[in-house]
Design a binder for this molecule. Structure first.
Ligand SMILES: C[S@@+](CC[C@H](N)C(=O)[O-])C[C@H]1O[C@@H](n2cnc3c(N)ncnc32)[C@H](O)[C@@H]1O
Length: 239
C-alpha cells in the first residue's frame, strides 16, 4: 500500500462521525464522571481476582521486553495507574472528556486522550498490550467488530489484549444514576461470543476465566464476571 493510501485511511478514521449511541454514552459518563470516580476509587482493593488478572497481564507483556500498552475506555484512569505501578507504560483513552480531565488531574505524569475505541488515534503497531476493562459493555454488537479491527491494527504482532466484562446474553438499560439522567446500554455477553468476534480479527485465546458474582461484597455484583486474554496471531515470538 502506498503512503498516500495510508493517509486516506487515517483521514477516514479521524473524520468518522460519532454514532448517536456513542453521543449518549459520552454525555452520560460526562454527567456522572465525578460520582463514578468517587464510587469506584478503591474497588480494586476489594477484588483480588481483578488484581491477579491485571498482574498476570502485566507480567506477560513485560516478559517480552516491551511495556507500551493502551487502556481503551479508561474512565478515571484507576486501572491505567494500577498497570503503571506494575511497571507498564500505559496510555489511557476514553470517550468522555470529563473522565479524561479527572484521569489527567489525578495522574498528571501519565498520558490520557479523549477518543473512541472505534477509531483509535494511534498509528499501526503502536502497542504491545491493550486492556478493555468493563468498557466494551457499552459497545453495540455491530460496532464491536470495528473495535476489534482497531485493536488488531494498533497492536504489534503477538501483542496481548486483556478484556473484562459482565457475563450474560442480554442488554440492560439505565436511564438514571444518582439523580442524573443517563442513557446507558450494558451489553452482557458470553466469553464464547466475544471470542468469535476477536477470532475474526486474528486473535487467539490465551486465558479465559469466569467467576461467580460477589453479591455481598462492598461492590455487589449482579452477574457472573468474565476475563479474557487473547493474543494477536498464534505465537508470542513477534511481540
Ligand atoms: C464502566 S466504565 C469503566 C472505566 C474504567 N475502565 C474502569 O474500570 O474504571 C466504562 C468506560 O468506557 C467508556 N467508553 C464507552 N464507550 C466508549 C468508546 N466507544 N470509546 C472509548 N471509551 C468508551 C466510558 O466513557 C466509561 O468511562
Amino acid at each position: 500500500m502506498t503512503d498516500g493510501a495510508d493517509e486516506n485511511i487515517n483521514d477516514d478514521r479521524m473524520n468518522r462521525q460519532e454514532s448517536p449511541r456513542e453521543t449518549a454514552t459520552r454525555a452520560s459518563y460526562d454527567a456522572i464522571a465525578g460520582l463514578y470516580t468517587e464510587w469506584i476509587a478503591d474497588e480494586l482493593t476489594a477484588k483480588p481476582h481483578d488484581r491477579a488478572v491485571l498482574g498476570s497481564f502485566s507480567e506477560l507483556v513485560l516478559s517480552t521486553g516491551q511495556a507500551e500498552i493502551l487502556e481503551i475506555g479508561c474512565g478515571p484512569g484507576r486501572i491505567t495507574a494500577f498497570l503503571a505501578a506494575l511497571g507498564l507504560s500505559p496510555t489511557g483513552l476514553d470517550l468522555s472528556p470529563a473522565m479524561i480531565a479527572i484521569a489527567q488531574s489525578h495522574y498528571p505524569t501519565m498520558d490520557f486522550t479523549t477518543g473512541s475505541m472505534t477509531s483509535l488515534p494511534y498509528p499501526d503497531d503502536s502497542f504491545s498490550g491493550l486492556v478493555a476493562w468493563y468498557s466494551i459493555i457499552h459497545v453495540r454488537d455491530d460496532d464491536l467488530t470495528t473495535v476489534f479491527a482497531e485493536a488488531a491494527r494498533v497492536l504489534r504482532p503477538g501483542g496481548l489484549f486483556q478484556l473484562a466484562f459482565q457475563l450474560g446474553d442480554r442488554v440492560d438499560h439505565q436511564s438514571e444514576a444518582a439523580g442524573h439522567d443517563v442513557e446507558l446500554d450494558f451489553h452482557r455477553r458470553s466469553i464464547d461470543s466475544v471470542l468469535v468476534s476477536l477470532h475474526a480479527h486474528g486473535f487467539t485465546p490465551v486465558t479465559r476465566l469466569e467467576r461467580e458474582p460477589d453479591r455481598a461484597g462492598r461492590f455487589p455484583e449482579a452477574t457472573r464476571q468474565g476475563y479474557l486474554l487473547v493474543r494477536l496471531g498464534a505465537g508470542a515470538q513477534d511481540i
